[in-house]
Design a protein around this ligand. Structure first.
Ligand SMILES: *Cc1c(COP(=O)(O)O)cnc(C)c1O
Length: 382
């Protein structure tokens, strides 16, 4: 038998209750029954985003919402600033370039977080910048960018939007869309929202909706004006990802039951415990300012991370994530996202201790576990 544990930063495990909900027969979407669910979900999403604005639901993975953010608000020839601190920062850059937008980047070494002062200086020198685009968590490096501080800097500029890919930060780190002054935030279903992939979410500030009026980039499926009009009436412009939205209704009930502060705290505690474990095992963290979505750490030089991750997945049943691009084979990333509790952290750490031993690394068995338990034991049963 090989029991499977999914401990990679997306897709993440789906709770049994949510899976069950999604096995129910499909209903028609132009019905009052679906609209009732839609309304419930729309209200719940506002709480997670901390906003009074509409959070629009799109059928498509997270990248669909990223593309929607760009094509609805910008214009070819616009200048934008992208925080390029990893794989997903590069995606913002590439989407913008696809549409003829002129991209400047602040290039960070992988593992480093964006500096608000540097963004402030850039905007002073380049006041015609139409948008600053970044991630909340840069999942490829497990870094959390200081979104709140960055928002303070960007919102001083009336003609600049702050566009945040919150795919692994919304539902993980408390993100106050209205209060902080974020202009666009997006996320997807398969990370903190504990659902299968296929649904993406996007929220625009009033300022961003003004940009929508002036944007001329051609768009059809991702035209947010059409979506807003329909979604204000508790339906979607096209056939919605019905089953995922039904699942999302249950996820939001679970958030409500746990309390959003406790959802954030659970991610923080599991993140802290994992970081302590990794350090106790003698490894160096990748992120300077770590995200609570996932923990990345450097493997010893002589270990092939690709082989280790493959062995753990195929022979042991634990799926971690490895590194991308120049970090391929050099790091392991352990997720804390979504349906993940103290004993998922213990499984992740224990698996690593034993797996790394098999690969010849001199690890004292239990050293990581002990460090993790020192932190987790303060919280279990609370
Ligand atoms: C997973 C992820 C994405 C990718 O979204 P898809 O759902 O694969 O389209 C984008 N940004 C970040 C930060 C992510 O973690």
């Amino acid at each position: 038998m090989l029991k499977k544990y999914l401990i990679a930063p997306g897709p993440t495990p789906v709770p049994e209750k949510v899976l069950l909900e999604m096995t129910k027969p499909v209903i028609h979407h132009r019905t009052s029954e679906f609209s009732a669910t839609f309304e419930k979900v729309a209200n719940g999403l506002k709480k997670v985003f901390s906003t009074e604005q509409d959070v629009l639901m799109l059928a498509g993975s997270g990248t669909a919402a990223m593309e929607a953010a760009v094509v609805n608000t910008l214009n070819p020839g616009d200048n934008v600033l992208v925080i390029n601190a990893g794989k997903f920062g590069q995606r913002w850059r590439d989407i913008c370039k696809t549409y003829g937008i002129l991209v400047s980047t602040i290039d960070m070494d992988w593992g480093k977080a964006a500096k608000p002062e540097e963004i402030e200086q850039f905007l002073k020198a380049n006041p015609d910048t139409k948008a600053v685009l970044l991630q909340g968590s840069e999942t490829s490096t497990t870094v959390y960018h200081p979104v709140e501080e960055i928002a303070k800097v960007v919102r001083k500029n009336e003609n600049t939007l702050l566009i945040v890919d919150g795919i692994t930060s919304i539902g993980v780190h408390d993100t106050k869309f209205d209060e902080w002054g974020i202009d666009i935030a997006i996320t997807g279903s398969q990370k903190a929202f504990m659902l299968p992939p296929g649904l993406s979410l996007i929220c625009l500030s009033k300022k961003a909706w003004n940009f929508v009026e002036k944007s001329t980039i051609p768009r059809y499926y991702l035209d947010l004006r059409k979506e807003l009009k329909s979604q204000k009436q508790a339906t979607t412009a096209y056939t919605p990802a019905l089953t995922l939205i039904n699942g999302l209704a249950v996820v939001l009930e679970m958030f409500e039951e746990e309390g959003l502060e406790n959802v954030y705290k659970r991610h923080a505690v599991n993140g802290e415990a994992t970081r302590a474990a990794v350090k106790a095992m003698g490894f160096k963290l990748l992120a300077e300012t770590p995200s609570n979505a996932a923990t990345g750490f450097y493997l010893p030089e002589d270990i092939d991370g690709g082989k280790l991750v493959k062995f753990m997945r195929e022979k042991v049943g634990i799926t971690y994530a490895g590194g991308q691009d120049h970090l391929k084979g050099r790091i392991v990333r352990i997720s804390h996202l979504g349906y993940h509790d103290a004993f998922d952290t213990i499984t992740a750490i224990s698996g690593l201790e034993m797996g790394l031993r098999k690969f010849g690394v001199d690890i004292k068995l239990g050293s990581g576990i002990a460090a993790a338990e020192e932190i987790l034991q303060n919280y279990i049963g609370e």
